[in-house]
Design a protein around this ligand. Sequence first.
Ligand code: C2E
Ligand code: MG
Ligand code: MG
Ligand code: MG
Length: 274
Amino acid sequence: EAKNKGRDGIIIFNDELCKIIEKKLEIERYLHFAVDNSEVKLQYQPQVNAQGKVIGCEVLARWHNEHIGDVSPDVFIPIAENTGYIIELGEYILERALQALVKWDRSGIRLAQISVNISMRQFLDNSFIDMVEKLFDRYNIYSFKTQVIFEITETSTSDNLKKIVDVINKLKNFGIKFSMDDFGTGYSSLSYLREMPIDELKIDKSFVSKLDDEQQALLVKSIIEISRNMNLSIVAEGVEEKYQKDFLEELDCDLYQGYLFYKPLNQEDFEALF
Ligand code: C2E
Ligand code: MG
Ligand code: MG
Ligand code: MG
């Protein structure tokens, strides 16, 4: 990156940078029609308890476009956030997830919980609460035993904290629970965690992958202990190896999600587990 910067920090547009920007614009252009063209699909990654039993799942968006192929959500979600398309995309994803929930309930697949990622831009949109209420009414989600969880991530500033807490509390009236996703990767602190009326904390996979490091292991241990004191349920993400699961189980982690157990599955494969 440094080599792209001139003496005064001015970015010099070289070919490489141009290509990156072009690529991004291209993605942006196609993304705009992704929902209408039925290019977005949902996958479901099982979450298991210490005994390996599937207790819940996380809904993960997948996008395939015929011109540009598969695009990772790590790429298209931030773009959708920047363009505002996340509002339409997020509603589509939530509706599809709720439809799956209805189908599962009818066919006897009773999950304890289903988690849906909600980006902050979508969460703070003025129409978000009404949209959620509309969908919950439409599918009568209140009648199901499955707990709907919204996964939100920490924000870089505490500017919006009051508004975030307010929206969480309003949505809790619909019976929705909240999970703090990717905790520890952003800028937030433990005091931020305390102020958020959340129910669950997800240990980010960047921590889980470094559990062989003594310092990191101690850090995860403290995060879990503090979360426990706050009565939060704890989900470890990115569990790939047996020693990681064993360590986390020792700390009484509630749920495990990762390739050691299951990769994200399409709906048919997910249903086949039951
Ligand atoms: P996330 O919410 O933290 O989701 C967990 C990510 O870790 C997923 O990546 C999942 O496939 C991956 N993962 C799970 N287990 C393992 C493992 O054992 N090893 C490794 N290496 N990875 C594992 P994915 O599906 O690529 O999603 C990336 C991110 O994109 C998500 O991170 C989330 O922030 C965002 N995202 C995905 N779907 C949605 C969505 O529907 N809405 C929003 N707003 N964001 C989404
Ligand atoms: Mg998540
Ligand atoms: Mg996560
Ligand atoms: Mg993550």
